[in-house]
Design a protein around this ligand. Structure first.
Ligand SMILES: *[C@@H]1O[C@H](CO)[C@@H](O)[C@H](O)[C@H]1NC(C)=O
Length: 208
């Protein structure tokens, strides 16, 4: 084998190893925190990149505060050409992880996103930040990115950012199944517990 062949082979092995490493990391962190199976049956392959206020990244289940996440974040992924995506943010721990009787609370749902331009998608539920009630511990806030088979018609009520309508008792996996979406291709999550900003979120949601 020539020297350059060896170098090439080593290079390829490194790429494969790092891809598998990431795959295992996503699976590991989704399973350890029981996002699998509480929200989805199988972990996605990649971490979805989510940034709040151009500064704060969502990192594999690390804790953020309701104050940190009050504004709609920037979500980035490598989109395939001529492809539509669905983005979901959901809280399986409503009202608490110990007693999730309203599992899940739908925080954000955007469909028919052309490529990775979330602003051009169809908003079924406008973004609402975390509002975990006091004394309910850490909640998991899970982001899921689905690839659509094409542009779809979504027969769902549209919900503004001042309304709770249709938000409790949501199921991301049932929604995905209803529209024949496969398992999410990318995902990520943070955890958050009550802080003073929750009062503002609750007021915001009492609009209707
Ligand atoms: C709610 O939506 C309106 C209209 O898009 C927007 O102006 C406002 O900033 C949003 N509020 C929050 C708290 O995100």
């Amino acid at each position: 084998m020539s020297y350059s062949r060896i170098i090439n082979t080593l290079f390829l092995c490194t790429i494969i190893a790092s891809t598998n490493g990431n795959l295992n990391k996503v699976k590991q962190v989704f399973e350890k925190n029981e996002v699998v199976p509480d929200v989805i049956p199988l972990a996605p392959n990649e971490f979805l990149k989510i940034t709040y206020d151009n500064a704060l990244e969502v990192r594999a289940g690390a804790e953020l505060t309701p104050t940190n996440v009050k504004n709609q974040p920037l979500v980035q992924w490598r989109a395939q050409p001529h492809t539509y995506y669905t983005l979901i943010m959901t809280d399986p721990d409503a009202p608490s992880r110990i007693e999730p009787k309203f599992r899940e609370f739908k925080h954000w749902l955007v469909t028919n996103i052309p490529g990775n331009d979330v602003s051009q998608g169809e908003v079924l539920a406008a973004y609402v930040g975390s509002g975990p009630p006091q004394h309910t511990g850490l909640h998991r806030y899970v982001f899921l990115l689905y690839k659509q088979p094409g542009k779809l018609e979504f027969d769902e009520e549209r919900v503004g950012n001042n309304s709770r309508n249709g938000r409790p008792n949501f199921r991301a996996s049932a929604f995905a199944e209803k529209y024949s979406l496969d398992n999410p291709i990318e995902g990520n999550f943070f955890q958050a517990q009550w802080d003073e900003y929750v009062t503002t979120v609750q007021k915001q949601l009492s609009g209707n």
